[in-house]
Design a binder for this molecule. Sequence first.
Ligand code: SF4
Length: 357
Amino acid sequence: MEKWQYQMQNQINTIDKLVEIINITDAEREAIITTNTKWGTTPYFAQLMDRDNPDCPIRKQVIPSLKEKENRYGIDNYLVYKENRSTVEKRPDTIARQYHDRIAFTVMHICANYCRHCFRKELVVDESLQLRFDIDEGLDWIRDHAEIRDVLITGGDPLLLPDEKIAYLVNKLREIPHIEIIRFGSRVPIVLPQRITKDLLKALGGFHKVPIWLNTQCNHAKEITEHTAKAVYDLLTCGVNVGNQAVLLKGINDDRESFKTLHQKLLTIRVRPYYVFYCEPAPGIDHFRTPVEKGAELIRDALRGHTTGLAQPMYVVATNMGKIPLMPDYYIQDKNSDSYTLRNYRGCVTTLPNIPR
Ligand code: SF4
């Protein structure tokens, strides 16, 4: 058995397995028993949890919380609303569309880690949203829509499909003349780096005019290990570009130190920070959500000017109308017909001559 399949077949998803790894608290035990939710992670990722500290950033992403029962701000049927699934355009279940030229292609609902903050909870955790994962039907729809140039393959985690299915999907997409890039959204490099096998690389890799971009989700520097670094290196050397889409999570990465360290450490394993997402208003995840401004403040106070420009993600709020970037609004302090007054990350002010329009 391949190591990654062993990891999946031996997911840590019962209290008995969990207590072999960490000392669980009474609250964690009660949450697991009473929230009646799908949860679990790979033995690999579970080993990264702090044995005694319930505030461990990995532990909070893995173990259900009693706070999931609270839902003051979450939007019911969030995924249907967010992905415009009830619009007039008729699309297969696998196709979600918010833009003219690109779509999300949802190919499965299984994950290696059932992230407690997931906005796709309805599909992957609660399973209240059941989709028909007919890949050929999705491919036909894409083939019929010549305006689609960019396909994001998502899930669940699409890299948990068998190698042959991934190869089929990639090859079929590459045969469609209007497809220019293929993207994967996958937490596998972080929660199951063993999945980046030679056979998978064969399915994804090699030079092709339709490149593959993989965006993973790493939310805290503690999630990065030498196994992650190797998996990323293998992806890059076979021609797959790797970026990160972190989620801003209260109590996990919403302090300056964690935020900066995460983005700096990503660069050390060759991952380019791409987005930081505001934690979306799905039901039962209020406890992970910060005020909207927080992400822009962190970029201003922890990244911009404080570290290399390569470590700067774009902070975005993903909405039902697409992503809305929110960047720190502190540069232009004043302007008149002669000059701009600008402020840098240290709060120092300088001026720049204005150019008439
Ligand atoms: S891996 Fe992605 S889809 Fe799966 S639970 Fe985590 S955030 Fe949700």
